[in-house]
Design a protein around this ligand. Sequence first.
Ligand code: B12
Ligand code: SF4
Ligand code: SF4
Length: 428
Amino acid sequence: MSKLSKTRIILACLLNDSVMTTTTAALTPNPIPDLGTDLTTEPCPLTAAQLDVLNRQIKLWGKELGFAHIGVADVDLSQHEAALQDWLDKGYHGEMGYMANHGMMRARPAELHPGAIRVICARMDYLPPDAGFASNLTDPNLGYISRYAGGRDYHKLIRQRLKKLGDKINQYCQQLDFDATDFRPFVDSAPILERPLADKAGLGWTGKHSLILHPDAGSWFFLGELLINLPLPLDIPIEEGCNTCVACIKSCPTDAIVEPYVVDARRCISYLTIELQGAIPEEFRPLIENRIYGCDDCQLVCPVNAKAPLTKETDFHTRTTLIQPDLLTLFAWSETYFLNQTEGSAIRRIGHKRWLRNIAIALGNAPANPAIIEALEQRKHSEEVDDMVLEHIEWALVQQIQKAPQSALSRKTQRVIRSIQKGLPRDA
Ligand code: B12
Ligand code: SF4
Ligand code: SF4
């Protein structure tokens, strides 16, 4: 079927939208784009009743596919364009060029995928069992890895599930002799404003930390979307529930939440440890403490997370080597071992050099320890270290040496002691 006739069917469906009876929001038609075409030539074969049944079916299929909540929004994000532009104008995206490259297309799903008139928004929970947040953050000799990243990379998993959902919708429509269903799954990587869409689709409200949260589900979940050309009934946004709380803003280690709902990514530990390619600015290094991949603090202090469910996906459980991991052990990983241990994980994306960079900072922040100094000294001479990593190792060494007690033994004596501990453990 040609793109034009598909568009005609879609627009005819849109006109039919006004007879839907499911939700009040469903009665609000989208503005119809002026495509200069005759909209009446091909009637939409799906009736409002059929779309209503399909809508309920989509939610059941979503559950079967592991999504905890599915909601439907229209594609109009025009009210977010000014906030997005302001965020970009202030440079809050830092080095994330892809955030600015697509202009306002990020707020215009219908431009991203022509013909799309609805967004099926999905939530998948990722909180692993035995998260051990406090014990991990309290011990400065352990690395803290954001809990979304300890298991399998979510991008592929969620996209595959969304594709399956789209295929089911397609099959259903084909049974009704409608073979023009057209959909496209999105998860994170593509330039779409996922949170405002999820907010519209009733998946939760936008918290002051800018994440989506739900009274029954907290915020430990990923979002994914299916852009589609069917005029499904719309869901209704839920009421905002932060009220007077400002816990996330107050607790952010780097003051990255510069005003309610607005995060300056350049200050966010998630950006600094994951997105930033080069050196981490010195002012942030002590504040990062032992967080070596991402940060969860604004979610950890959020009272709404008290009720958050654990993930049902065993793939999101934290891998054994990443549970409360010892910094020195992680720092000793060769590139080959790093690639092997992080196979299929989001952590792999930052590469071994940025991994070492992040761990070097955490080692610099750890209490004075001759073993840390030795490990840093050793790494300095490793072939796997470039100038960027080296600079962080030098910084960490300075921190370690400065923290060593004034009455400390000479470096030579310290080395002798370490040799004794290593070589003569019985007599040490
Ligand atoms: C770039 C990005 C980042 C950047 C920037 C974060 C940011 N707050 O913008 C960095 C690297 C810092 C980051 C960090 C994290 N991210 Co991130 N990130 C994204 C990405 C790719 C784009 C976000 C974006 O467009 N930001 C630009 C701003 C302008 O848009 P926005 O915040 O979405 O929405 C604005 C408007 O809607 C408007 N607005 C909405 N409501 C209201 C209400 C009022 C009153 C006002 C004034 C404004 C307003 O203001 C908002 C803020 O400016 C999305 C995926 C996606 N494609 O959307 C994931 C995404 C937002 N990230 C996610 C996650 C999980 C995280 C982390 C928790 C990861 C971690 N543990 O380290 C942290 C949380 C940090 C935080 N508090 O935001 C999830 C969030 C899931 C959820 N429950 O909401 C997403 C959706 C990925 C996914 N598919 O699941 N992220
Ligand atoms: S993830 Fe951490 S650094 Fe980023 S806004 Fe939340 S608390 Fe602040
Ligand atoms: S910590 Fe408080 S202000 Fe921040 S998102 Fe949670 S409820 Fe809202």
